[in-house]
Design a protein around this ligand. Sequence first.
Ligand SMILES: C[S@@+](CC[C@H](N)C(=O)[O-])C[C@H]1O[C@@H](n2cnc3c(N)ncnc32)[C@H](O)[C@@H]1O
Length: 217
Amino acid sequence: MGRQKLARFEHNANVHNVIEPGKELFETVRKNWDKLFFKNGNPIVLELACGRGEYTVGLAKEYPNKNFVGFDTKGARIWKGSTIAIQNGFTNVAFYRHTIDFLDQYFEKGEVSEIWVVFPDPRPLERDEKRRLVHQRYIDMYKHVMGGGGIFNFKTDNRELFDYGLEVVKSNNPKSLIYTHDLYNSDYLGFHHGIQTKYELKFLAEGFKINYLRCEF
Ligand SMILES: C[S@@+](CC[C@H](N)C(=O)[O-])C[C@H]1O[C@@H](n2cnc3c(N)ncnc32)[C@H](O)[C@@H]1O
């Protein structure tokens, strides 16, 4: 393993805003975010498969009265968001280094108010359909932690994945739904808060159009 990666893992092991296996809060914080981590009852917003956590820290700055948790399995990526949050003194940011596959075990029903899934792995193979983060089994978890309400945001360059996710979302009869296949030439540009992740910048540079949907369950 490279020296830089080791240094990032050491950072994660020693800072309060990265919760990962082996740390005390890793088990106890589940369904206790308000009491054990944030120490307030503000709404909780999730960025799932967050990579470097651009939405987590970007929205945390914009909404100091909301709490944000970024989830990813990769510590070297989470390190970036954690570092930015510490440098800026954001107390409303946490990163949870673990799979989102058991999200409904980490939050009480209705504990979450909004979810962002941004440029997830496309998983184009049919045999990987269940691993797409907009598969019905994930949407069921999202709906559970948002308690039957809540806002779901999904942004990707990948048209196939987007159309797949759109159909799944529609089949759940959301209370409201807006979507576009070309975010930057749409009326919905304001909804993404002008935040661009590492993957978004890469795909924009390659000339891809950006798909975005926002629904309320
Ligand atoms: C293509 S990257 C996108 C990262 C970031 N959202 C961005 O836009 O730059 C996909 C990320 O999803 C994470 N990931 C994939 N499956 C996951 C899962 N089941 N639980 C948590 N993270 C996951 C990967 O580790 C990776 O960082």
